[in-house]
Design a protein around this ligand. Structure first.
Ligand SMILES: Cc1cc2nc3c(=O)[nH]c(=O)nc-3n(C[C@H](O)[C@H](O)[C@H](O)COP(=O)(O)OP(=O)(O)OC[C@H]3O[C@@H](n4cnc5c(N)ncnc54)[C@H](O)[C@@H]3O)c2cc1C
Length: 383
């Protein structure tokens, strides 16, 4: 890890006060709001849920980010970092403190080295790398939110995770007041987890650096059977980059996993629960229980998850516990396209969403003895 002194002079905050985007505009539209008070946070999240923040600042440069963070820390004001708001469940009471929207911009490609400012829209960056003929993040197309949030939960989909291509993360360290460069191995990446997620009060990601691959316009080897099947090739094969990206986008759209303001199945945080990782012994106990409940032919999904561990599917557990697509009668329901996404049908509150989430957790626990863990970050509430 290397360190540099943080931040230059305090930037002026005299710019125009733009409005927070309205509810029909997804959070990816990060308008240059400078500072608002008692500002609703719901329009900044893909769930469109959450009460107001005492103060809402939008920072468009690293210096503005650092200044806002320092000011909050020096005054002991609680701080909430927001990128695209696509992995946030904010309580109905909102957030008493400063909510800081990171809207910095910067896309810089040098050979196969890519540097993205934290506020860059991730899907746009993926599209640009595909256009540039570089492989490594093409299967992460369609994941909403900002580049700076990708290391937080080591975003992944369709056989790729950012931990495979991230070389360095430049972050402001709130403990030391310095800007640090963390190498990939310092980030403690694992399945939907990282050092940043386990120590959420410490680092503010400013920039993320990636090493991509020049493979004659072809994708990285396809690791996900569903993608390979859809493309009519074998897992491990490479296909033209644009085809890989478009196929992933199509598969995702079919599951409500690409933002569409008109489609309530996408008023979500994507997967609401992580896939449970069990010791091999616990997996066998679960497998026996599943067969007792569902019949001898039932075979729970099992994927290798490192020495002595097996990962199973949260979507399978939810479905087999009786929470099928579209489940629910209130304004928060399971997506009609994917059992793993909890959604706001338009008039839900965070409490409605949490009531549904708790019902699913209790039902799965009762059926299979496994306690699901939420993937999105909760603010002022818990399951
Ligand atoms: C329809 C849909 C599909 C999705 N599909 C996937 C998927 O396939 N795979 C996947 O992994 N995720 C998926 N997600 C979840 C989400 O898009 C990702 O986790 C994304 O990286 C979140 O980015 P964000 O900018 O919206 O983060 P936010 O929701 O704004 O923030 C998430 C967390 O990161 C913190 N944070 C944000 N920016 C910074 C920063 N610069 N420095 C430090 N902390 C920061 C926040 O404080 C918060 O704790 C999906 C979500 C939706 C709505």
């Amino acid at each position: 890890m290397t360190t540099t002194r943080a931040c230059g002079p305090v930037p002026s905050r005299t710019g125009p006060h733009a409005r927070v985007p309205g509810p029909s505009v997804p959070s990816r539209t990060l308008e240059p709001v400078q500072e608002l008070h008692d500002a609703p946070l719901a329009p900044l999240t893909t769930f469109r849920l959450g009460g107001p923040a005492t103060r809402l600042i939008t920072a468009t440069t690293d210096d503005e980010v650092i200044t806002a963070v320092r000011e909050a820390d020096e005054t002991g004001t609680p701080l909430l970092l927001i990128g695209g708001g696509s992995n946030l469940v904010i309580g109905d009471k909102g957030f008493e403190g400063t909510a800081l929207v990171i809207a910095t911009k910067g896309y810089s490609l040098d050979g196969t080295s890519l540097e993205l400012a934290a506020g860059e829209v991730w899907t746009d960056a993926v599209a640009r790398t595909v256009e540039a003929g570089l492989a490594g993040i093409e299967c992460l197309a369609g994941i909403p939110g900002s580049a700076g949030a990708t290391p937080i939960q080591n975003v992944g989909a369709y056989g790729q995770e950012v931990s495979s291509t991230i070389t360095e993360v430049v972050a402001y360290d709130r403990r030391t007041g310095e800007t640090v460069t963390l190498a990939n191995e310092d980030c403690a990446f694992s399945y939907r987890h990282s050092r940043f997620k386990s120590d959420p009060e410490r680092y503010v990601v400013l920039r993320v650096r990636f090493r991509l691959e020049e493979a004659d316009g072809l994708s990285a080897p396809l690791r996900y059977a569903e993608t390979a099947r859809a493309l009519g090739v074998e897992p491990g094969d490479r296909v033209p980059l644009a085809q890989a990206r478009e196929t992933v986008l199509k598969l995702r759209a079919g599951k409500g996993m690409v933002l569409d303001p008109e489609d309530h199945d996408t008023w979500s945080a994507g997967s609401f629960f992580t896939n449970p990782i069990l010791t091999d012994a616990d997996f066998e106990i679960f497998r026996t229980r599943a067969k007792q409940r569902l019949g001898a032919e039932a075979e729970p999904p099992a994927y290798p998850a490192g020495e002595g561990h097996t990962k199973t599917s949260a979507a399978w557990l939810i479905d087999k516990a009786g929470f099928t697509k579209g489940y629910g009668e209130g304004p928060a329901r399971i997506s009609t396209k994917h059992t793993l996404a909890l959604t706001n049908r338009g008039s839900a509150t965070t409490e409605d969403l949490l009531t549904l989430a708790r019902e699913v957790v209790a039902g799965v626990r009762e059926a299979f003895g496994i306690t699901l863990v939420n993937e999105p970050v909760t603010v002022g509430v818990s399951l």
